[in-house]
Design a protein around this ligand. Structure first.
Ligand code: ADP
Ligand code: ZN
Length: 727
């Protein structure tokens, strides 16, 4: 970083956007002898602080140049690319977020902005041998003989802990060498041999390769049944991008659990891709951010935030499992990463691929109207059959209270296990029981901060709020009436289901997988089940996504109706997608698979669509219902959530906001109404919903509306354009 002198006799000025939720860029003076262009990354003062910001364009004026503070320094980094800056402005305008808040998403690697470390210490063999030589030490020395490596690299290669390596450094056996820092990412090899594609796969792959070849905006929906080889097909598109010297970005909904994906990528391209997600340690973030910015990282696999990386030569975006609700970011800047990925592809003028077995209605409509290319893979690879899906009518099952496995499912489980195959039970509820009730007075154990029940986690012996994290010990006596030993668990969570399963199948220990497990634990559980070491897996939605379990032939859905409760406009669509995905884990190889849906409403259209396998008919009915009510994707929605510690103040402001609401033909404002989660983390919450047509400029309406009211200091107003959560 070359610090610039504070002399600025000239009258040159620029606008600099800081990564803060401010109204817009601020003007600064440009010191003499410095040339600044849009995109340059600089440090500039804000109050007493020095901030890293980005030159956004010409100054707005309004303040005399001599009164402006000067930019302090221009950093030695590639400028933020023009398409990324336009994307940031676009996202800000669309979501009504502050541009600086969106810029912050693109600058999530603070140390990348500092002086780069260009040197690194590596170690080579060559010193005197230590007195004690163990097999572990021998392996390290063998590795260090081939090439000097860092401590971490030596430990990984020799499969020892870093302390073994450090021991050899301390003993003087390994000698330090200071070298220029090696690249942090490997180069995927486009010419690495891939699989022989089937006829259908070849047709789709060719269409995608043509799109990459064209290097202009296009959107393709890669729509293939589970196990049809969508990944192999879009790998071909990545190959094409690599050959053309372009970078590729693959978005996945759940990056922490993508070990299988990474292994497949490595098998196809000879090395791992660069990875980007929120759990990356800071040094790694810095390295990847820079590697993306200078074009060294050719393929990035990431969670939604990877969309804001400063790609130098982005030439292809892939959104895998495009229908997944995890793509919607709910806090801070609220955006839908799939929709914004399409926008980014548009602004950068490059192709994008949306991949799914159960595309969202939004995407299907775009495919039907011809806005997206529709590529179909109708069969599973290698002749594997889609699982047969049957419903078990729980009204007729007559289970005693506290029991959740129907005789039919238990029977199929016994048969499957006896054949040496694997069983997956799906229940999208963490913990032991969702509700604890006092049998004496009828009161329910509730969170003091949220309008939500406390969920018992018997394994850790805690009562937990899944919304705010409030924790308590399970009391012996009812907190309301004081009666002892009258609290009962109601309904199943996966821990309780595991208890029942262990009782029914004592010779198999069920593995459990949910968001309560650490990423490392989850990876291990999934790996063990993939290898067939565990025979029975019980899990929440984590197990539904993308996994390939070769020996799994039976999937049991314990409560297929769970997602249908509540008034969410996408409840049916989401339940269909989730159950289709989880059923699709069964029978992906030689043995045929089967899925069982336990339901109290087997006649429901979602259950009927799953049993008949008629996805098209279901989507048509959903589509017609939404069209009739002008709901997305045929209409537009925006939610306004008002929250604050004082209930009266929140209600008062909500009423004032409703009074200032826009009027017009085909424009409706619903509310104010208390949110379903009327109390969250100690804040009272009220909602308003704006319903408009596709012809309305929703952002303009919202801006004008918000300009008519003044938000009281203790009240928070958050705007959610295209809401997915109605809580
Ligand atoms: P999807 O993403 O559509 O669910 P995958 O890409 O995961 O399907 O493919 C399912 C399985 O079939 C994977 O194990 C994959 O490696 C294998 N597979 C798919 N296509 C081929 C092919 N052409 N040759 C060999 N194996 C394939
Ligand atoms: Zn809570």
């Amino acid at each position: 970083m070359d610090s610039l002198n504070a002399t600025h006799s000239s009258s040159r000025t620029v606008a600099v956007l800081l990564p803060l939720p401010l109204a817009g860029p601020y003007d600064y003076a440009v010191p003499d002898g410095v040339a600044l262009s849009p995109g340059d990354i600089v440090t500039a003062p804000l109050g007493a602080r020095q901030m890293v910001g980005v030159v956004w364009g010409a100054a707005k004026g309004g303040v005399a140049p001599t009164k402006l503070k000067p930019v302090r320094a221009k950093l030695d980094l590639p400028p933020l690319p023009d398409d990324l800056r336009r994307f940031i402005d676009w996202v800000a305008a669309y979501t009504l977020a502050a541009p600086g808040a969106v810029l912050r998403l693109a600058m999530r690697a603070p140390s990348a902005m500092q002086t780069p470390q260009r040197l690194q210490t590596v170690y080579r063999a060559g010193g005197p041998l230590p007195e004690k030589i163990t097999p572990a030490r021998e392996r390290v020395l063998a590795c260090a003989k081939t090439a000097p490596l860092s401590v971490a690299e030596l430990a990984r290669k020799a499969e020892v802990s870093t302390s073994v390596v450090r021991g050899l450094v301390d003993a003087g056996t390994l000698l330090p060498v200071v070298v220029a820092r090696a690249s942090v990412v490997e180069k995927p090899d486009a010419e690495h041999p891939g699989p022989q594609l089937s006829e259908h796969q070849t047709v789709s792959a060719r269409a995608l390769c043509d799109a990459v070849q064209a290097q202009t905006y296009s959107c393709s929906l890669l729509h293939g049944v589970t196990g049809s080889g969508k990944t192999e097909v879009y790998f071909e598109a990545i190959t094409q991008a690599l050959r053309r010297g372009k970078q590729a970005l693959v978005l996945l909904p759940e990056i922490a659990l993508t070990v299988q994906f990474l292994e497949r990528f490595a098998a196809r391209f000879g090395c791992l891709p660069a990875q980007w997600h929120s759990q990356l340690a800071e040094p790694k973030r810095r390295d990847i951010w820079r590697a993306v910015a200078c074009g060294e990282a050719r393929v990035v696999v990431g969670a939604r935030s990877a969309l804001y990386l400063p790609f130098a030569e982005l030439g292809l975006i892939i959104v895998d499992e495009e229908h997944d609700a995890a793509y919607k970011q709910e806090d801070g800047v609220t955006y839908h990463a799939r929709d914004m990925a399409v926008v980014r592809a548009h602004l950068t003028d490059i192709p994008i691929v949306l991949s799914s077995a159960t595309p969202s209605l939004e995407t299907m409509v775009n495919a039907q109207t011809g806005r997206y290319r529709h590529l179909l893979l109708p069969d599973r690879h290698g002749g594997a059959l889609l699982p047969g899906i049957e419903a078990v009518d729980m009204r007729a099952a007559g289970l005693p209270a506290g029991q959740f496995l129907s005789p039919r499912l238990a029977h199929l489980m016994a048969q499957t296990l006896a054949r040496g195959e694997q069983v997956l039970l799906f229940l999208n509820r963490r913990g032991y029981a969702p509700l604890t009730l006092c049998r004496a007075c009828g009161s329910r154990m509730e969170c003091p901060n949220c309008s939500a029940w406390l969920v018992e986690h018997r394994f850790h012996n805690r009562m937990l709020c899944h919304h705010c994290g409030h924790e308590a010990q399970k009391p012996k006596a009812c907190p309301t009436c004081g009666e002892a030993d009258r609290l009962v668990a109601c309904g199943p969570g996966i821990e309780r289901l595991a208890e029942e399963v262990a009782g029914a199948f004592p010779e198999f220990i069920p593995a459990i997988l949910s968001g309560d497990n650490s990423v490392a634990q989850a990876r291990e559980t999934i790996a063990a089940f993939t290898r067939g070491e565990t025979r029975l897996l019980i899990g929440t939605q984590i197990v539904a996504k993308g996994h390939h379990f070769p020996g799994l032939t039976l999937v049991g859905v314990i409560d297929a109706d769970l997602g249908l409760a509540g008034g969410d406009l996408r409840a049916a669509e989401r339940t269909f997608q989730m159950l289709h995905q989880v059923s699709g884990r069964a029978g992906r190889e030689k043995q045929a698979g089967r899925a069982v849906l336990q339901t109290y409403m087997p006649e429901h259209p979602v259950m009927q669509a799953l049993i008949s396998g008629n996805q098209a008919k279901f989507l048509e009915a959903e589509s017609a219902a939404r069209q009739a009510r002008t709901l997305p994707p045929f209409g537009r929605l925006a939610a306004l959530i008002i929250s604050g510690p004082d209930q009266e103040q929140v209600r008062g402001f909500a009423v004032a906001l409703a009074r200032a609401a826009p009027h017009g033909a085909n424009l409706h404002v619903l509310g104010p109404a208390p949110a379903p989660l009327a109390l969250l983390r100690g804040r009272h919450r009220t909602r308003l919903l704006l319903m408009a047509t596709r012809q309305h400029d929703v952002q303009a309406l919202l801006r004008a509306w918000l300009a008519r009211v003044k938000i009281p200091p203790a009240v928070r107003l958050s705007v959610d354009v295209d809401p997915y959560s109605f809580m």
